[in-house]
Design a binder for this molecule. Structure first.
Ligand code: HEM
Length: 529
């Protein structure tokens, strides 16, 4: 007679023998307890959540439930409750993931995120998504960052912002004509992001890469080959796939993957040709796009400071990825908030009417006078800070001065061991009652008195590593919103029987992937004239 299978519990020959299982489980539990104690020591026992997984790694980022302190949960759902007792907490996963110090305090943010001499750096794993095309300003550290900054800095000047202004104007007119808005009269847009994302892509395409787009340009050129415009669009759309998918996935015969591969190859070739062409055209002062300005600034550097061609290309791409989604999400959120706040919208409309009137388009020189338009954009960005996390790692054992809880003076020093990760939670900062009264309310008037570049507005980060594209984004936003709000009154598109409050809860909620935005915003545009 044959023996029964050896996989039954209780069979002494089975590997699933109960005592063996209990022993394995006991070892695992002791191991987890030991590791967790070690992790708690590493964060100085700062109080905070103890979830099973890290919100920054797998599987934490993928779990959508809101009760396990996963990605969505920590970044958004608990934006108030996480900091009830302390502005700086620790998140110590007891199953998988590194311990994290997580802060909503600007003082801590300044110590870790802002500088280049602070003992903290951007860990490579956190910038991996931004290194696909080569080293760039966003991902670089230390001396490499300084080298990139020397070349990138001069490109972000008024000439570039003038170009941003004129390209935004052109794109607005293109949109209204191509989509026949004037013929339609009242226009219903089911998802405003379809417009804001296209606008941001076209503006970056022309101002960073230097080629012109049409709003209604067909995806392929007439001979059927992939156009550069389509390639750049595909590159932007399939970026995450390329960063996170294993290499073999990119060889699969699926249409989307093949299309993405073709777009990447076309762009790689195109960008290399463009560097050569721009070096040849150095004397052509009519080219004001960032790519040309970068190549020019680079050629003027001593050879030891020069960026390689790949680094130049990396920096042009970083503009696409750092500046496209962030600006588009914030424009969508701004229009959503203005649709619900007609009084604010009217106040802005009055300012646009006063500064620009009806007989001309706004000019770049009007930018500073349209401060209420900018304030509306700032306030939407405060409530949905699209760059929502800043991740840093201690490069050596160091001391972090953590301010005492609100209402108590002073700071407490904490020893931070080398390798400890500190995360600046931009959502937490922007909703922190230490900095804003009534932080959940949309009140653009908070920003009326401040200068456009003031560090009082912190959602572009603070210090030397703050966003270099801040004025690029605000120039585009002020120009686009001024045109749109002068010509059209924006209203929420409600579902049947839906109240404005229900619309707000449905629409002005987080849509969080790599950047933070709002959900699909359905709007109605009614002509002002
Ligand atoms: C609403 C729009 C935008 C927001 C909210 C935003 C936010 C931010 C934040 C928070 C940082 C700091 C990240 C960190 O330290 O880890 C940053 C850095 C950066 N941003 Fe933006 N950004 C926006 C638009 C743009 C645009 C339009 C561009 C380029 C055209 C751009 C290019 C960059 C670059 C290159 C850096 C790295 C700077 C450095 O490390 O020196 N951003 N941005």
């Amino acid at each position: 007679m044959t023996d029964p299978p050896h996989f039954l519990l209780g069979d002494p020959k089975s590997i699933f023998n109960l005592p063996v299982l209990v022993a394995v489980l006991a070892v695992l539990i002791v191991n987890r307890i030991w590791t967790t104690v070690h992790k708690l020591r590493s964060v100085n026992h700062i109080p905070g959540p103890r979830p099973p997984f890290s919100p920054l790694g797998l599987p934490g980022v993928l779990i959508p439930t809101s009760w396990w302190n996963t990605s969505q949960d920590v970044h958004w759902v608990r934006r108030f409750s996480l900091y009830t007792n302390n502005e700086t907490v620790s998140i110590v996963p007891f199953l998988i993931g590194k311990p994290l110090i997580w802060t909503s305090n600007l003082n801590v943010a300044r110590q870790v995120a802002s500088g280049i001499r602070t003992g903290f750096f951007k860990p490579t794993w956190s910038a991996r998504a931004l290194l696909l095309w080569g080293m760039n300003l966003f991902a670089a550290e230390g001396d490499v960052w300084r080298k990139h900054r020397r070349v990138m800095g001069p490109a972000f000047n008024n000439e570039l912002y003038r170009l941003v202004w004129s390209q935004t104007l052109k794109t607005y007119h293109d949109l209204v004509t191509s989509e026949k808005w004037e013929e339609k009269g009242t226009v219903i847009v089911p998802v405003i992001q379809e417009i804001t994302f296209k606008l941001a892509l076209l503006v970056i395409g022309s101002c960073a890469f230097g080629f012109s787009f049409q709003w209604d340009e067909p995806p392929r050129t007439s001979d059927g080959s992939l156009s550069v415009q389509e390639a750049i669009r595909t590159v932007a759309d399939t970026y995450m796939l390329r960063v996170f998918a294993p290499k073999w996935v990119l060889k699969l015969p699926f249409k989307k993957i093949q299309h993405s591969n073709a777009a990447y190859e076309a762009m790689a070739l195109f960008m290399k040709e463009q560097v050569i062409a721009r070096k040849d055209e150095m004397q052509d002062n009519t080219r004001k796009d960032a790519f040309s300005l970068l190549v020019k600034a680079n050629e003027q550097e001593e050879s030891k400071h020069k960026l390689s061609d790949d680094e130049l290309i990396g920096n042009v791409y970083i503009m696409l990825f750092a500046g496209h989604e962030t600006t588009a999400h914030t424009l969508a959120a701004t229009l959503g908030f203005l649709a619900l706040n007609q009084d604010v919208q009217n106040e802005i409309f009055e300012q646009i009417k006063e500064v620009v009137g009806y007989n001309r388009d706004p000019e770049f020189e009007d930018y500073h006078k349209l401060n209420k338009v900018l304030a509306a954009f700032f306030e939407a960005l405060r409530l949905f800070p699209s760059g929502h996390l800043m991740i840093r790692e201690a490069s050596e054992d160091t001391v972090l001065q953590i301010p005492n809880p609100r209402g108590q003076e002073g700071t407490t020093p904490f020893i931070i061991p080398k390798g400890q990760v500190v995360v600046v939670d931009m959502v937490g900062v922007q909703y922190n009652p230490r900095y804003y009264d009534d932080p959940t309310s949309y009140k653009p008037s908070r920003w009326h008195g401040i200068s456009n570049d003031s560090e009082d507005f912190t959602a572009f980060s603070v210090g030397p590593r703050a966003c270099i594209g801040r004025k690029f984004a605000t120039t585009e936003a002020v120009c686009f919103l001024s045109m749109l709000l002068r010509d059209w009154k924006v209203m929420p598109k409600l579902n049947v029987g839906e109240s404005e409050g229900q619309w707000r809860n449905r629409v002005l909620d987080a849509n969080l992937v790599l950047t933070l935005g709002v959900r699909d915003v359905p709007l109605i545009f009614v002509p002002r004239k």
